[in-house]
Design a protein around this ligand. Sequence first.
Ligand code: ATP
Ligand code: MG
Length: 355
Amino acid sequence: MKPVCVLGNGQLGRMLRQAGEPLGITVYPVGLDAEPEAVPYQNSVITAEIERWPETALTQELARHKAFANRDIFPRLADRLPQKQLIDSLGLATAPWQLLSDIRQWPQLFAELGHFVIVKRRIGGYDGRGQWRIRPGDETELPTDIYGECIAEQAIPFSGEVSLVGARNESGDCVFYPLTHNLHQDGILRASIAFPQENCHLQQQAQNMLSAIMHELKYVGVMAMECFIVDDHLLINELAPRVHNSGHWTQNGASISQFELHLRAILDLPMPHPEVTAPSVMVNLIGTDINNQWLSLPLVHLHWYEKEVRPARKVGHLNLSYSDKNELKDTLRKLIPMLPPEYQSGLEWVQEKLN
Ligand code: ATP
Ligand code: MG
């Protein structure tokens, strides 16, 4: 098997490495500052766990490398401006938006987008960072240097958030997981749940949207599409050209995890449809120290990233996958007292979904 180099050595690179191991695929997650000579990239397929990167000796080398999967697609998706333009050009539904380039636009923005607008940095935002929620009057508090660097989006009164994780290979074949239902709090993903039998109508809508995007880009690998549910249709929130937090449940809830699927796609290995036979839950561990008590629950799979624990930092996740919904609910009930109080509402949201 060809080795794989992953640009970035955070948790996604780590989980790609773990997924490659049983298949005999050596995955090297590499930090941006690594010495190019120390990285075996010459004979590897290259992928990334991040969407943009500064120029370093290593990234300059990789930018020229032919075996860098999706090399020229990253800049189109890492910047919200060309990403939104791509979605519009394909006629796919997304939250109405405009480029925010001048403070004098505000009266017209409120008139066209409504009186609740979300300003998002074009580049570099994540986990809700680099965003401002603006109602008339708040705009004066925005930093002045953001003009030109942000888009303004209509705040969508959604009934729920879902994401679709899928993959496309070199020949253009696409496979998808069932939609994942996601709960975000303060812009950060707290919990996800997926079911083997998803609402056919939304699933089909999402698959049509994501395949159109992947085909247009001739994308190879796993891509995630985050959506808002409004009535019975989907609006695209954003796209991620990589494995995604909302797909972490697939490690324990699908016959092929999103990490293995990504490796298969970029190495052009067989890529059958991943089977999902039971409901799966993922709980993000955010700024919380490890607690061995979690391991006393037989349905809990702990994925710990071995990162320094800091507030608002994703440091691990818990996966639970089981065919009996009542057993799952029972485990979630037992988990609540084993986690800090801020987890309670997220776990209750999951329990509600299992009803
Ligand atoms: P990620 O960590 O997924 O990359 P992010 O920080 O890049 O997230 P978004 O996904 O754009 O940012 O926004 C984070 C969350 O904020 C969304 O999941 C959603 O809950 C809320 N949000 C974002 N845009 C809107 C919108 N237009 N209307 C309503 N809520 C929104
Ligand atoms: Mg997001």
